[in-house]
Design a protein around this ligand. Structure first.
Ligand code: NAD
Length: 399
């Protein structure tokens, strides 16, 4: 049968990916979000989807279908999720009964703990499937006419991806490279734990929000303007970010100790991540703060705010907290707790952040809150001790 790709989601990234893949492959767009699939199908009608590439060229293509029917997974060879990570679980769960052995399921970006979530949602079937986590989205992109036209503003040169089980890496990454085209170049990362702990969003987003809006630095009064997000990183915020990234580094060293031979080379510090990803775009790389303040790619980006009577209040429910705490920071904090590592800076940010997003995750510094199952904390996915679950954890890590 013809190689079949499911492209999941309906936002900027999913529309771009669908437009790109449908040029060369039988592609079915799937969205489970509200009535998005029907609306998209309607909007496109008989027309072709138009994708404008950075050089100005226009690619036209037509997905085979746009649907909310999970049974299309029965014919899928490759399923790509290009939705915010809080939605991943729903796709895994709904596709699970239909998926055939050997299906490649990739998440873009994976955020943290995606492989463990996949294993927990797929149950016995997980061992017959191939999971791939991408560190980020390869494109900066926006739709220009919803459902009909979109633009790729820029494409990354390289993008890291890890495969579980590791034995399927070559096969899976070759397929994914074929799908993405020449750019970005997909680089092999040793394991999904490395992708999980590399996740820059889990540090940057909650850390910068805390640095600007927690009671430690803000009096609660509206601001005349929405502050700059990256260029506005000050010394205090830098100490928060450094505290968090250093704690994650301690966790990496601890994991290497517990799991002999585990390669955590890609789970680098936040500063190293900037050097890897934005080389040449930062005027000053002497410190983490300088990297963030002088990165041209971040020019003018502001804090998420709401306007109230001409002044600005922070949007403390924005995805910088609502996505990056549950599917990022919770994974790191939960794993740290399992291996007995203290994470005072992460704890302080979590404690403040969970209240902002109305979740009870951590209680008295422990991962025991009632909303734990809504997060990617290993504890929320049924993993609470190394002894009880180490073989399982090692299996999902691909060892
Ligand atoms: P988006 O905000 O356009 O995605 C919206 C889509 O998410 C919706 O169309 C729907 O399909 C899904 N969705 C929203 N709320 C939902 C809910 N409650 N339940 C289920 N599904 C829901 O985001 P995007 O721009 O397409 O980006 C996707 C991911 O890629 C995000 O994690 C984003 O952080 C990341 N990313 C995007 C860019 C970019 O340039 N667009 C760049 C880097 C990273």
């Amino acid at each position: 049968a013809e190689f079949t790709v499911l492209c999941c989601g309906g936002g900027n990234a999913a529309q771009v990916a669908t437009g790109l893949f449908a040029v060369r492959y039988k592609t079915i767009a799937v969205s489970f979000f509200a009535d998005e699939a029907a609306k998209w199908k309607d909007a496109l009608g008989d027309a072709e989807f138009e994708l404008t590439t950075p050089g100005g060229g226009v690619m036209k293509s037509k997905p085979k279908d746009i649907t909310n029917d999970p049974s299309v997974a029965k014919d899928a060879d490759l399923i790509l999720l290009v939705v915010p990570s809080f939605a991943h679980g729903e796709y895994f769960e709904k596709f699970a009964p239909y998926m055939k052995p050997g299906t490649i399921v990739a998440t873009m970006p994976a955020r943290s703990g995606g492989d463990i979530l996949f294993a927990s949602k797929l149950g016995d079937k997980a061992k017959d499937m191939i999971f791939c986590g991408f560190e980020t989205l390869p494109w900066a992109c926006r739709f220009t006419e919803w459902g009909k036209k979109a633009t790729i503003l820029g494409t990354k040169n390289n993008i890291l991806a890890a495969v579980t089980p590791v034995s399927a890496t070559k096969k899976a990454l070759a397929k994914l490279q074929g799908l993405l085209g020449v750019n970005p170049q997909v680089l092999e990362s040793p394991n999904n734990l490395g992708i999980s702990l590399r996740n820059p969003g889990m540090i940057v987003h909650p850390g910068v929000m805390y640095g600007r809006w927690s009671p430690e630095s803000w009096d609660g009064n509206p601001k005349d303007e929405a502050p700059l997000f990256y260029q506005g990183v000050d010394d205090f915020t830098e100490t928060v970010l450094t505290g968090m990234t250093d704690e994650v580094q301690l966790l990496c060293r601890k994991m290497e100790e517990v799991a002999q031979g585990l390669d955590m080379k890609d789970a680098c510090t936040l500063k190293q991540w900037y050097l890897d990803c934005y080389d040449g775009q930062m005027k000053d790389t002497s410190s983490l703060k300088a990297c963030m303040n002088t990165n041209a790619a971040y020019d003018g980006l502001k804090h998420p705010c709401k306007e109230v009577d001409g002044k600005f209040m922070p949007d403390l429910k924005y995805r910088y907290l609502a996505e990056d705490i549950p599917t990022g920071l919770c994974f790191a904090k939960g794993l740290a707790e399992i291996v007995g590592l203290e994470t005072p800076t992460i704890d302080k940010v979590m404690k403040w952040g969970q209240e902002c997003i109305g979740l009870e995750i951590m209680v008295d510094g422990k991962m025991t809150g009632k909303d734990l199952a809504k997060t990617r904390a290993p504890q929320g996915m049924g993993i609470t001790t190394l002894e009880a679950s180490w073989s399982n954890l090692v299996a999902v890590l691909g060892h």
